[in-house]
Design a protein around this ligand. Structure first.
Ligand code: NOJ
Length: 593
């Protein structure tokens, strides 16, 4: 659906390759910057060392001041917290750890009064094993309506002692657990693509569909602006649950940007009979109709690890979901050609269906990008980093992360910012293993450190107990000493700090409507020696802004007349007079007359 892009006149020696056309202002989610709040680690009001809803409400001003458009809250529902709330026991109530329904209403009201939209997490693939439905299923007989809400099957082999198929859990180990029947005998098996405490629902059961639609309405009635849909590519399984010899890993390392192409293979493990089944789309069409019953623009956001990009774009066709996380961008290595390929591929695939592209670098499931980018293979994506693993170069990683973030915020579409990213927070890579709570650590037999290192509570004030996270100084995961340097009060109002970089970038992004803007690649920039730059310099124009990112040791000189307005790191004048963009730096520049 691209139409010709007309970038500003650059210089006769530069050429542009249009990729994406600007669009008129539309629904808020088309160009929104959405800030992910991980409730247990954002701010703690009651002093128990675990963040809560009143803590979030009290700190919403920070997000308004930062300049984001919306907040996505990871789950805060009633849950035994076996997977940090992604194991829901009651979809219509707030876990006492986080507060009450009245606290959720107060949070929504405060956010809306600050002009912030609120998206909540919906976890439809599985419930908690503490959910009343699963308890009822355990107490009921094989073949009963109670069991039919989940995927209970008889085992294979003598006495059904073998699991019904060979699927493995994303967190490691088998994806099936055997139950004991009421008479004390070993019984059926139930499917759990994640932890044993997260039994998968059977989405071919109309009762399951009706219940989750009712849950959508429950939160829409309370005023939420949308839902981030957990495991959106997993709810429907292939008929007969056939064996599959692939693995359902928690996403392998970085890749080379070919996600955007039809034959791109990233090792994400998203192929297979448990993922990306056709029947999912009918569910999302139905949910789209539910949202359409409500006034204003409400959004469905897919957490779908699906490739290639054209396949992911099917989730955001008209009448289905509104956005899908761009994990291809997140998992791309720090390489010019790889980044160029993934940006082009993402925009082209989404333009085909008229959906905005999203961009994301960090979240609660991956190593924070300042740490990923400080690894020997920058941008590679280990599943956690521990004391005995090679440690990232913190300074270089942050330098590159600022460049990556500034590139991301220049791109047309919608961007996600994970809490603490605006402070340049690194992963906690020396978290003592005995503190780890992620089930992936246990289920992988301690081969994957898991996700605790990116979930450490935020530092607000360098000199306060728990860096201002909790009034009593408690913190459910210990915070590393380096968090003091990153605390908000050390960065607010400090020119050049990562916080001020994000704030400025978000302001300029809004002022220049970059989110609904255009993208054309620019070629022909020069090095200080006067040679044309290589593939490791990314240069693009979005509306009338020139964006240059230097990757992997490359540098570039801004074309004559262009002056920086935002820079991720120091720039200097080149000997020839133009502005030099040093390695691992992003510059936003405008043409001065
Ligand atoms: C994706 C969530 O982001 C992750 O944190 C969770 O463990 C799995 N889905 C299972 O719900």
């Amino acid at each position: 659906m691209s139409s010709p892009v007309r970038p500003p006149a650059l210089s006769t020696s530069l050429t542009t390759t249009p990729v994406h056309a600007a669009s008129p202002a539309g629904a808020w989610w088309r160009d929104a910057v959405i800030y992910q709040v991980y409730p247990r680690s954002f701010a703690d009001a009651d002093g128990d060392g675990i963040g809560d809803l009143p803590g979030i409400t009290a700190r919403l001003d920070h997000l308004a001041e930062l300049g984001v458009d919306a907040v996505w809250l990871s789950p805060f529902y009633r849950s035994p917290q076996r997977d940090a709330g992604y194991d829901v026991a009651d979809y219509r109530d707030v876990d006492p750890l986080f507060g009450t329904l009245a606290d959720a209403d107060a949070l929504l009201a405060r956010a809306h009064s600050l002009g912030l939209r609120v998206i909540v997490d919906l976890v439809p693939n599985h419930t908690s094993s503490d959910h009343p439905w699963f308890r009822a299923a355990l107490g009921a007989a094989p073949g009963s309506p109670e069991r039919a809400r989940y995927l209970f099957r008889d085992g294979r082999g003598p006495h059904g002692a073998e699991p019904p198929n060979n699927w493995t859990s994303v967190f490691g180990g088998p994806a099936w657990t055997r139950v004991t029947e009421a008479d004390g005998t070993p019984g059926q098996w139930y499917l759990h693509l994640f932890d044993t405490s997260q039994p998968d629902l059977d989405w071919s059961n109309p009762e399951v569909r009706a219940e989750l639609e009712d849950v959508l309405r429950f939160w829409l009635d309370r005023g939420v602006d949308g839902f981030r849909v957990d495991v959106a590519h997993g709810m429907v399984k292939a008929p007969g649950l056939p064996d599959w010899d692939g693995t359902t890993a928690m996403i392998d390392g970085g890749h080379d940007g070919t996600y955007g192409s039809e034959d791109g293979a990233t090792g994400s493990g998203s192929a297979g009979p448990m993922w990306d089944q056709e029947g999912l789309h009918d569910i999302y069409r139905s949910w789209n109709r539910v949202l359409a019953e409500y006034d204003g623009d409400r959004a469905l956001v897919a957490e779908a690890w699906v490739e290639p990009m054209s396949r992911l774009a099917r989730y955001v066709r008209p009448g289905e979901m509104h956005q899908a996380f761009n994990f291809a961008f997140l998992t791309t290595l720090w390489s010019g050609p790889a980044l160029r390929a993934v940006v082009t591929g993402s925009l082209e695939a989404n333009d085909e269906v008229g959906a905005p592209t999203t961009w994301v670098l960090s979240n609660h499931d991956v190593v924070r990008h300042p740490s990923r980018l400080g690894l020997e293979v920058p941008g590679s994506r280990p599943n956690g980093i521990g004391t005995t693993d090679p440690q990232p170069d913190a300074e270089l990683g942050l330098h590159r992360a600022r460049a990556a973030s500034l590139l991301m915020l220049a791109l047309p579409g919608s961007a996600y910012v994970y809490q603490g990213e605006e402070l340049g927070l690194p992963e906690h890579t020396t978290l003592p293993d005995e503190e780890r709570q992620d089930p992936a650590w246990w289920r992988s037999g301690h081969t994957e450190r898991g996700r605790d290192g990116c979930r450490v509570p935020l530092p607000w004030e360098a000199d306060a107990p728990a860096y201002g996270f909790s009034p009593g100084g408690r913190s459910w995961l210990s915070q590393p000493d380096v968090f003091a340097d990153h605390a908000l009060d050390q960065q607010r109002g400090v020119p050049g700090s990562t916080y001020e970089l994000y704030r400025t970038a978000l302001h300029v992004r809004r002022e220049r409507s970059l989110g609904t803007g255009s993208l054309a690649w620019v070629s022909g920039l020069r090095t200080t020696a006067g040679d044309v730059v290589g593939d490791d310099v990314l240069a693009l124009v979005n509306r009338d802004l020139l964006v240059v990112t230097t990757v992997g040791g490359a540098e570039a000189v801004l074309p004559r007349g262009w002056e920086p307005v935002v820079t991720s790191g120091p720039t200097r004048a080149s000997d020839e007079g133009g502005v030099l963009v040093p390695p691992d730096t992003t510059v936003w520049a405008v043409l001065r007359d």
